[in-house]
Design a protein around this ligand. Structure first.
Ligand code: F6R
Length: 242
């Protein structure tokens, strides 16, 4: 794994943006795997600014998000579709037909998981997957205990994850209990993975991801098996590294 320690969150966001820009410059029809959450917000802001300045086009890019809540209408402001619209889709020239998220409202959720996998396959797989890291080691919504052979599936969200995400909702009981997520096998199939980790509260998780034996009790340790992972961590997140 290729590890870069960034001075702070701004530096991390600039470098993450540059990484994505480099990917698109090398392949204009790149397939990007995208994450939501607090960590990539700065990266999306920078990407939108570069587009605004006329320096970056997503015209031929296709995107696949990692996950979506089950049960929130797509127009709900806290759905991941709404997050992506607010932070990226409405600000760049991505074609709507090229932006994909699992449909957490599908009548047949099992069929929806299979449809998403097939769509990914038909698109030729993900060139660059952006990931954040959960405190409990989750990647996407793959909580501790998820088999590494998992593909896109329905998950019951861990209480810790619901607590972490409660900051966006009025109260914790509003946080959905289920989601659809790409599986660990789906994530590891990406040709390249970019992991963004910021803040002192992620320091322990980063250390575990890098140094713990590979175990599905800490899903992010699966990344140790991938041949092309770049990690951007800020100094706060890196403070517990040996
Ligand atoms: C988001 C996702 C999650 C987050 C993780 C970190 O689509 O799949 O795995 O990346 O929970 O979230 P933040 O960045 O909010 O700390």
């Amino acid at each position: 794994m290729d590890m870069h320690i960034c001075k702070n969150y701004e530096d991390l966001s600039t470098k993450a943006c540059a990484h994505v820009v480099g990917q698109i410059a090398g392949k204009e029809n790149s397939v990007l795997g995208l994450a939501t959450g607090g960590t990539p917000e700065g990266m999306y802001k920078n990407l939108a600014e570069q587009h605004e300045k006329g320096e970056l086009s997503f015209q031929h890019v296709t995107t696949f998000n990692l996950d979506e809540y089950i049960g929130l209408p797509t127009y709900h402001p806290l759905s991941y579709r709404a997050y992506m619209k607010a932070h990226l889709f409405s600000k760049v020239d991505l074609s709507a037909v090229n932006t994909h998220l699992p449909d957490g409202q599908a009548a047949d959720l099992t069929a929806e998981c299979a449809r998403y996998e097939a769509l990914l396959r038909d698109a030729g797989g993900v060139d660059l997957q952006v990931l954040g890291l959960g405190h409990n080691g989750h990647i996407g919504f793959n909580e501790p205990g998820t088999p590494f052979s998992s593909t896109t599936h329905i998950v019951e969200l861990d209480e810790k994850t619901r607590e972490a995400n409660a900051r966006y909702f009025e109260k914790k009981s509003d946080v959905p209990r289920k989601a659809i997520t790409m599986g660990i096998e789906t994530i590891l199939a990406a040709r390249e993975i970019l992991v963004l980790i910021s803040g002192a509260d992620k320091a322990e998780a980063l250390r575990e991801m890098l140094y713990r034996e590979i175990t599905n009790e800490f899903p992010a340790t699966a990344l140790q098996q991938h041949p092309n992972v770049t990690i951007l961590a800020d100094e706060q997140a890196a403070k517990e590294l040996p």
